[in-house]
Design a protein around this ligand. Structure first.
Ligand code: ZN
Length: 229
């Protein structure tokens, strides 16, 4: 892997281009110190695409590894990622490009098997709990009494449960909800950006498992890692 990075770095230097590397998410978790060294030795801005059949940042140690990379590698971009890319920007990374579908939120290399989906309803970025959920799950919480309206211009306060209707396209909502979280991170004072991001994750976690609300029960591993690692 490190030989491949060195080779790509040589090409990037020759072309005066950004070093672009697709990397197995487990390397972020286990070899981040060596990766920081390799990216610094490249002497080019670096762009990473994380590869994993599921959420690369759900792997144990992956968020800590990304924090280390974002703080230690020069002008790091995270491409084709989910909202975790904003965490990298909050820590000191230069850029994040977030995908709106599962196939553009991480990279699945040949030989990696993605899980087969059972629930095929729209995937929704739920701003209040900072994660992606299926419309069927959201509708279940709503029918149990949870208030899951979106106050942004995409929805004007209407419930996200309406996306259970397969004829409704959730793209505009997801773009707005991610952009709103992106604005929150980018508008924070750079000196406070990391703390603001972590606090936002902790606030989101406080909305899980609320007695009597019947909303989402427990946060996914990535969100927990951002909040408490
Ligand atoms: Zn919305």
């Amino acid at each position: 892997m490190f030989a491949a990075i060195a080779e790509q770095a040589r090409i990037a230097r020759d072309l005066n281009a950004t070093l672009l590397v697709a990397i197995d998410g487990r390397w972020i978790a286990r070899r981040h110190s060596a990766l920081v060294d390799a990216l610094n030795a490249a002497e080019r801005p670096a762009a990473l695409v994380l590869a994993d059949p599921q959420d690369p940042l759900a792997n144990k140690g992956a968020v800590s590894g990304l924090r280390s990379l974002a703080g230690g590698a020069p002008h790091l971009s995270i491409l084709r990622c989910d909202h975790g890319g904003l965490g990298a920007v909050a820590i000191g990374g230069g850029h994040a490009a977030m995908g709106l579908s599962t196939s553009t939120r991480h990279f699945v290399a040949t030989g990696m098997k993605a899980n087969r989906l059972v629930d095929n309803t729209a995937r929704l970025f739920v701003r209040s709990v900072l994660d992606w959920y299926r419309a069927a799950e959201v509708a279940g919480w709503s029918s149990a009494g949870a208030q899951l309206g979106c106050l942004l211009q995409c929805c004007g306060g209407e419930s996200l449960a309406r996306y259970l209707d397969g004829d409704l396209d959730a793209t505009w909502h997801n773009m707005n909800a991610l952009a709103d979280f992106g604005d929150f991170v980018l508008n924070a004072d750079p000196d406070d950006r990391t703390a603001e991001f972590v606090n936002a994750c902790r606030s989101a976690i406080s909305r899980y498992g609320l007695a009597g609300i019947h909303g989402p029960a427990s946060p996914k591993p990535q969100l927990t890692s951002w909040a408490f690692s």
